[in-house]
Write a protein that binds this ligand. Sequence first.
Ligand SMILES: Cc1ncc(COP(=O)(O)O)c(C=O)c1O
Length: 431
Amino acid sequence: MEKSASNWGVAAVPDSWNFKPNERLLGLMSLSVRGVLARIKAEMVAAGGGGGRPVIPMGHGDPSAFPCFRTAPEAVDAVAGALQSGEYNSYSTCVGLEPARRSIAQYLSRDLPYELSLDDVYLTNGCAQAIEIICSVLARPGANILLPRPGYKFYEARAVFNGMEVRYYDLLPGKDWEVDTDGVQALADKNTVAIVIINPGNPCGNVYSYEHLAKVAETARKLGIFVIADEAYAHLTFGERKFVPMGVFGAVAPVITLGSLSKRWLVPGWRLGWIVTNDPSGVFQRTKVAASIRTYHYICSDPTTFVQGAVPNLLENSKEEFFQKTIKILKESADICWEKLNGINGVTCPSRPMGSMFVMVKLDLSCLQDIKDDMDFCCRLAKEESVVVLPGRVVGCKDWLRITFAIDPSSLEDGLDRLKSFCLRHSKPAQ
Ligand SMILES: Cc1ncc(COP(=O)(O)O)c(C=O)c1O
């Protein structure tokens, strides 16, 4: 029998239904890196894309597909061992397995002037869920949160979705993307609850000095707010400045550190992250923030148990050579990026990247003909050259680009050469 609705008794469709989607969600697509990159790629494919050349993905921060960015063998052994042991097939405890939390507390304490305990650590599905939880915990009616611009728009999406007001402070391109602390003070009021900093920075490739982080902590203290330190790119630095965790200043102002295995271990698909309270003065206990984070874990999902089970061996056994190799390739790529970008007419790069996987590049539209804006630039670059980069508007800066250099160096050189040909082809003729 033919399959038609009338054959199996489906009633006529009513004119109206009681349900509707949550309208807050509908406006959030433009805030998603993945959503915008998917649109650029779809347009590229529809247009037949760049003459069949391989696509160079300089838009998103996941280098794990490139053989030169494989994770540490000890990390793989740790997960395989946890899986084979048969001990990690159950549901996990709500805030995460104790051995994993204890080993993260010890790992992070190495760089702090005090010791964290396992009670300071809450495990999450990657750093993304850590952001999701913190935004939910803070979202009381009327509250506002200070976010960096340019920044990582996932914070805005999660804050807005929870009904929280977002206020943007500027990062200063002429000062290695430091926080504009005067601007922060002007923005905050009695409903401001926290300031987010991302160090090493996405999208700017900045690495903050000890002195600058101290200034941020003093500013937070003055305002009576806490610092959310997104350290997803912790230790991925390749300039003169070494990574300093914000938790060092936990006694000046309370700090919540967000992190994950994703970037340092090159395994974003393993989905293991953490929220850590750095608060030697016990402010988070007194204000019940710690209790709220714990309670939230009762109403959300946990990271996969066998990945949690692998954490102690993974942290203990990963070798320095693995970390050094990643840094060496990132440094080589960042240098290539800086040098090649400086030779392209139509783009300027205000600051050499010192960490993370990204650099911000300003478009000079007055040198380019028939390019309307950053979105137009990225769509046409993808169609004509099969090179995918992120329009700056997605990180809060219209007519800028965010370029990731965390791809294998030879593809990066190819991608930047194609970017140069594109800019040359679209350059305005000299007057
Ligand atoms: C600044 C920043 N925070 C958080 C995340 C999310 O990290 P994860 O992959 O561990 O969820 C990312 C991912 O790109 C990021 O760039």
